[in-house]
Design a protein around this ligand. Structure first.
Ligand SMILES: *Cc1c(COP(=O)(O)O)cnc(C)c1O
Length: 424
């Protein structure tokens, strides 16, 4: 496993300005759920394999399995595994159902299930270049006779980990910083305006101005919103803003299958994207397969997600943090602070800081202590305003939205052990 996954730390924390710190009034939050004892299910198949299971107080991190599929979606996947169907038909029908579920998607927009947000990027970009022309589709990444340039802001590009998915279809990324740069960059080869939603605070041209520029030059616009639910409204708000294609991860907060994602956008471009991916052949995207079980699981997971009371979930997540904070109150020199990142993983998080004169701990040794225990607990370093984890910082940060019922108790007790063991 990677040391504290790079993008999540870098990108997620880079956008946390001091102004983003929204304190949760701990007292008004519901009391911590009184789950009985340790709740982690036994590892089941992971025990059989001898693979260690983890308590996820970190987030929706691909390196550790993303998120846990909702039980309703698992049941749908099990049912899907029992028959053969036409995958082309299944993709079309689930895409149409999702379009109906997302009621305020613009009328000329539709949906398709992809192999993750990364697959949505790759097939979406390919589709913009090829349209539904089978000859062009099979020709990629040779772009002879097609447009080939994708315009992207430098301030997004530098922290962005999915540039290979853009370039896979043979495109060249043209970096810009200002509207003047955009003006100079436009030519007959320009295919797409690309935007990374989490990076909105970093770039000079903001999300709404970017799409306006695209419209002005009549170039399609793509927005990568992979980790940008909650809020639910984001599932349609960028399409409504004018974006022609928007990508979401299915295996993050939506709690669908890890390998699934969504591409939402203009009907012609979504169809073109679909033709650029599995099961269609010969295509570059043939290597990005989503099976019938995952297609069905993604559709069902979205159905479940849309029916959930998000405010109630936010309160539950906050209550878990509140429980941990209360357990740490008795330690002089330990403090906790709540915050919610405004974008990307917009869920309650809590920074746990200590006075380094009272505890012989650094961010690095604390993360190591938590991870090397049994069960292993994963958090991340850094916190509000931090752009990078410094190994010798004196805090760790946890989120609670991926904790299973009762795991907040295990987390609190390990933190107590940690502070007890490292008192100076
Ligand atoms: C996670 C993520 C992706 C990749 O999503 P997958 O569903 O894992 O393919 C792409 N872009 C951003 C910004 C992400 O956070």
């Amino acid at each position: 496993m990677k040391e504290a996954g790079a993008w999540d730390r870098r990108n997620f924390l880079a956008i946390l300005g001091a102004t983003a710190v929204a304190a949760f009034p701990g007292k008004v939050l519901a009391r911590a759920r009184q789950a009985a004892g340790a709740a982690s299910a036994s590892g089941g198949v992971y025990d059989e394999l001898g693979v260690k299971t983890l308590i996820n107080a970190w987030g929706t991190i691909t390196d550790i399995g993303g998120s846990l599929i909702s039980p309703e979606a698992v049941a749908a996947m099990e049912s899907a595994s029992k028959n053969f169907v036409s995958i082309e038909e299944l993709l079309e029908v689930t895409g149409n159902r999702i379009t109906q579920m997302l009621k305020d998607l613009p009328p000329d927009h539709t949906a398709t299930i992809t192999s993750g947000a990364a697959g949505a990027i790759m097939s979406g970009v390919s589709g913009v270049l090829t349209g539904v022309d089978r000859k062009r589709i099979s020709q990629l990444p040779d772009l002879m006779g097609m447009k080939s340039e994708v315009i992207f802001q430098r301030d997004h590009y530098e922290s962005y980990d999915y540039n290979p998915q853009i370039r896979a279809s043979g495109t060249k990324i043209i970096l810009v910083e200002t509207p003047d740069d955009v003006h100079r960059a436009i030519n007959e080869k320009t295919a797409l305006f690309y935007f990374a939603n989490y990076a909105n605070p970093l770039g000079r041209i903001k999300v709404d101005e970017w799409v306006k520029l695209g419209k002005q030059y009549n170039i399609p616009c793509f927005n990568d919103c992979a980790a940008d639910t909650p809020p639910i409204s984001n599932l349609t708000s960028f399409n409504k803003m004018g974006y022609d294609l928007v990508a979401f991860s299915g295996g993050k907060a939506l709690r669908g299958p890890q390998c699934a994602g969504l591409l939402l956008g203009r009907k012609d471009l979504v169809q073109a994207a679909r033709f650029n991916a599995s099961p269609f052949e010969p295509t570059l995207g043939r290597g990005m397969k989503v099976g019938k079980e995952e297609i069905v699981g993604m559709w069902k997971a979205l159905d479940v997600y849309l029916s959930q009371d998000q405010d109630k979930l936010m309160q539950e997540w906050s209550a878990k943090l509140d429980y941990v904070a209360k357990q740490l109150k008795k330690f002089d020199g330990v403090s906790t602070a709540y915050y919610v990142p405004p974008i990307a993983n917009h869920v309650p998080a809590m920074q746990i800081a200590w006075d380094p004169r009272r505890f012989a701990l650094t961010s690095k040794t604390a993360l190591h202590f938590l991870r090397s225990g049994n069960p292993a607990i994963l958090m991340w370093g850094g916190g509000p305003g931090a752009s990078e984890t410094m190994e010798d910082d004196d805090y760790v940060t946890m989120s609670s939205f991926m904790l299973q019922p009762g795991e907040e108790r295990i987390v609190a007790s390990r933190l107590k052990e940690m502070f007890q063991a490292h008192r100076v």
